[in-house]
Ligand binder design. Structure first.
Ligand code: SF4
Ligand code: SF4
Length: 149
């Protein structure tokens, strides 16, 4: 199979965000079937002064080769995918990710990450989130290096 060349990633429009966190709630519904948001959400919205920042996986896939059991792969649609059935919960990818986008919740041993499903985009009442298609080779910009920075 040819390697995927493109992937959809999240783009944030900070000027439209009012910090309602509907996106986090939608994402935790996808991953944990709860509207808790917070540490059960792959996307986090962080207040920085009078603005908000988005922190989420950019699907660059630097982690792909470091999983000791091969639980991280790039799917046909380009998304970096963590296979929960293969994952042994060693947390190596959580520590490795240079932008801290591999998430860990106390509710489950396996980490989780953004799968570009678009649930947060649909949930945002202000149009502050968008899924945009990019070339995988061109994902070089790191969005935010560390949560909260
Ligand atoms: S695209 Fe889906 S998985 Fe990614 S942050 Fe939004 S709701 Fe979560
Ligand atoms: S749902 Fe939209 S407006 Fe609300 S916090 Fe998320 S990005 Fe900001």
């Amino acid at each position: 199979m040819d390697k995927p060349k493109k992937v959809k990633i999240l783009k944030f429009h900070p000027e439209k965000c009012n910090g309602c966190l509907e996106c986090e709630k939608a994402c935790s519904m996808v991953h944990f079937k709860t509207k808790d948001g917070g540490d059960k959400s792959a996307i986090r919205i962080i207040k920085n002064g009078d603005r908000y920042q988005m922190h989420v996986c950019d699907q660059r896939g630097l982690c792909l080769d470091m999983c000791p059991v091969g639980a991280l792969t790039r799917r046909k649609n380009g998304v970096v995918w963590l296979d929960k059935d293969l994952c042994i919960g060693c947390q190596a990818c959580v520590g490795f990710c240079p932008i801290n986008a591999m998430r860990k919740s106390v509710s489950r041993i396996q980490p989780f990450k953004c799968i570009s499903c678009g649930a947060c985009v649909r949930a945002c009442p202000n149009g502050a989130l968008e899924l945009v298609e990019v070339k995988i080779d061109e994902i070089k910009e790191i969005v935010y290096h560390k949560l909260g920075v």
